[in-house]
Design a binder for this molecule. Structure first.
Ligand code: GCO
Ligand code: MN
Ligand code: MN
Length: 389
């Protein structure tokens, strides 16, 4: 088998909206012809992915008749059956239609909030029908430009009401679906509510059934907020909330770029892969990215292949990192695991332990002098990534 050839067991997924992206942006018209859902399924399957995800309206147009819906779903399912691809995740488009221009679940108009619930219940039914196990909520229009115009606490309350309602809807229908909330700081709104993984994790604990709800961190979104995505993902993992992940790349301080995974900052991508593989994350690895506007259909295939190839190369690099004696010795040094001096002084509190710690005589100056060879460690990591190690 060719090296770095993705297999379904790698759990890579793409969205209909990612590989099917037509190159439209706020300044320009599409540069590529749209692909039908079965065409995306075949392209993604040929590239070696395991699954395909969709927003309700990526598959079924918002004004499709019931007969059209049935035909589209039948053709899509036939393509899935033919290729063996699955649908691990589904989601709702609550941002394109003008009705949602001032938010969906957090819209001040209760009629729009009700419409958003109605649309999402239909989309959940569709997702479940096609086998989805995770349902993603990305609050595209849930936010503001004008802070005088919205009480944020109202926004949070309405968002909570909506998620609670939909949790109850799933329970009522016997759907074994987990929800993954996806934070983003801005775009398309000036400010989107619950902008980061940390904010979302705190919000989840206020829901009626927090156990069924986790997060869907995205590389680009944390990077847009100037944050370290691996730290965010680690916190989600620590909380038992890493239900899904959106992989792509982003240059901080720029527009929402959705670059091919690893395209901009391969070192950050490496640390993320090393983390995911190290802890044994076994959920879907979803590429929420799209090809450059300049790409033709062949280049779109190269884009999809490139996302997966980079992940697999970085996975191999992570294994190399774990087996490199020099790197591991430096790691032991910087993490203090080679040093017995402090052992026994820290750990769970006890009265005796606290007394011993209070009586302990530290050589503070020596502690302040102790070397931390991060330069050497990072250079070895760089050498390894650049292929000279
Ligand atoms: C974005 C988001 C979306 C969501 C998608 C799934 O920046 O537009 O990342 O692509 O991931 O709507 O909910
Ligand atoms: Mn995004
Ligand atoms: Mn996303």
């Amino acid at each position: 088998m060719p090296r770095y050839q993705p297999q379904p067991s790698d759990r890579f997924t793409f969205g209909l909206w990612t590989v099917g992206h037509t190159g439209r942006d706020p300044f320009g018209e599409p540069t590529r012809a749209p692909l039908s859902a079965p065409e995306v399924v075949r392209l993604v399957a040929e590239a070696g992915a395991a699954g395909v995800n969709f927003h309700d309206n990526d598959l079924v147009p918002i004004d499709a008749s019931p007969a059209e819906r049935d035909r589209i779903v039948r053709d899509f399912r036939a393509a899935l059956d033919e290729t063996g691809l699955t649908v691990p995740m589904a989601t709702t488009n609550l941002f394109s239609d003008p009705a949602f221009r001032d938010g969906a679940f957090t819209n001040p108009d209760p009629a729009v909030r009700a419409l958003a619930l109605q649309k999402t219940m239909g989309a959940i039914d569709l997702g479940v029908e096609l086998g989805a196990e995770t349902y993603v909520f990305w609050g595209g229009r849930e936010g503001t430009e004008v802070d005088a115009g919205r009480d944020v606490v109202d926004g949070l309350k309405w968002f909570r009401e909506a998620i609670n309602y939909l949790l109850a809807y799933c329970a009522d229908n016997g759907y074994d679906l987990r929800f993954a909330l996806e934070p983003k700081p801005n775009e398309p709104r000036g400010d989107i509510f619950l902008p980061t993984v940390g904010a979302m994790l705190a919000f989840i604990e206020t829901l009626d059934d927090p156990d069924r709800v986790g997060v869907n961190p995205e590389v680009a979104h944390e990077t847009m907020a100037g944050l370290n995505v691996t730290h965010a993902v680690a916190q989600a993992w620590d909380a038992g909330k890493l239900f899904h992940i959106d992989l792509n790349d982003q240059n901080p301080g720029r527009y929402d770029q959705d670059f091919r995974f690893g395209a901009h900052n391969p070192k950050a991508a490496f640390h993320l892969v090393r983390f995911l593989e190290g802890v044994g994350y076994d959920g879907p690895l979803h590429f929420d990215a799209h090809a450059y506007r300049t790409s033709d259909p062949e280049d779109v295939k190269a884009f999809a292949a490139g996302c997966m190839r980079t992940y697999l190369v970085l996975k191999e690099k992570a294994e190399q990192f774990a087996q490199d004696d020099e790197i591991q010795a430096l790691l032991a040094e910087v993490t203090g695991t080679d040093d017995a001096q402090g052992a026994g002084l820290v750990g769970p509190y006890s009265t005796d332990g606290a007394a011993a710690l209070r009586a302990h005589d530290f050589d503070r100056a020596a502690l302040g002098r102790r070397g931390r060879p991060y330069e050497r460690l990072d250079q070895l990591t760089t050498d390894l990534l650049l292929g000279v190690r």
